[in-house]
Design a protein around this ligand. Structure first.
Ligand SMILES: [Zn+2]
Length: 252
């Protein structure tokens, strides 16, 4: 599973890869600098040897400082993604206006009244999940059911299972430790966030402010998943941490 995540990072992060290469070159320059100085000294005299050492050291310092300055931009976030591709909702996918604008996640992320559009393959704190995977299930796993395929307007129009934000809030889009495409939407009070995982495609950028009913991506199976589904999680701020809670208790 770790390997998958690393592959994903490498694929999506060529700048990080370049940074790694620069660091490797810089580190490998440290040892040759005094050696080169000494060599020039013995061939062309100490003055030139000293000048060459200073010049090499200068280049070394510049590259090092440059790397240090640039690294937070490259490493900390999806920097590359932000400069190369601004994610947009495809023109054939509309917002679901049956969602009400709210900071409380009362609707199903696949749309439909209550849970009519979805079946649940793993519950919140599901014991079967714990036994099977050895991990605590901190959300619910949702898959579209027959009613969804028969009635969802979005599915009929796009032939894709579109996931909608369930709250108004600001977006954080990232790839989790298992390679799962993840979107978090945090309400403006920073008291609650909705987390959506395993997308095959994501439509929203980190930092965007969106409303409940905004399409955020296409259901998929990226990351820790055995099949296509939506892992849906609600976190509530408690003190300095985000506590887990059952998302189903909100869906009306
Ligand atoms: Zn799950």
């Amino acid at each position: 599973m770790k390997k998958l995540a690393n592959l994903h990072a490498l694929k999506n992060d060529p700048l990080g890869f370049i940074l790694d290469t620069i660091i490797t070159i810089v580190v490998n320059l440290v040892i040759p600098i005094p050696l080169a100085g000494e060599l020039i000294s013995s061939l062309r005299g100490p003055v030139l040897g000293c000048l060459v050492s200073i010049l090499l050291l200068g280049i070394f310092m510049l590259v090092t400082i440059g790397t240090i300055i640039l690294s937070p931009f490259i490493v900390s976030s999806s920097f590359l993604e932000q400069i190369t591709s601004s994610l947009v909702v495809p023109s054939n996918i509309a917002a679901d206006d049956s969602f009400i604008e709210t900071s409380i996640p009362v609707q199903n992320p696949l749309g439909g009244a209550g849970m009519s559009y979805t079946s649940i393959t793993a519950y919140f704190l599901d014991t079967n999940y714990l036994l099977q995977f050895g991990r605590i299930h901190t959300g619910v796993d949702l898959v579209p059911n027959d009613t969804y395929f028969k009635n969802s307007k979005t599915y009929k129009e796009t032939n894709q299972v579109v996931i909608f934000s369930t709250i108004n809030g600001s977006v954080s889009h990232f790839i989790d430790e298992y390679g799962g495409e993840t979107v978090e939407v945090t309400n403006s009070e920073s008291t609650l966030k909705a987390i959506f995982v395993h997308f095959s495609k994501v439509f929203v950028n980190s930092g965007a402010n969106i409303k409940a009913g905004t399409p955020i991506g296409i259901m998929g199976k990226t990351g820790f998943a055995t099949g296509e589904h939506l892992h849906y999680e609600i976190r509530i701020k408690s003190g300095n941490s985000w506590g887990i809670t059952d998302p189903l208790q909100y869906i009306q």
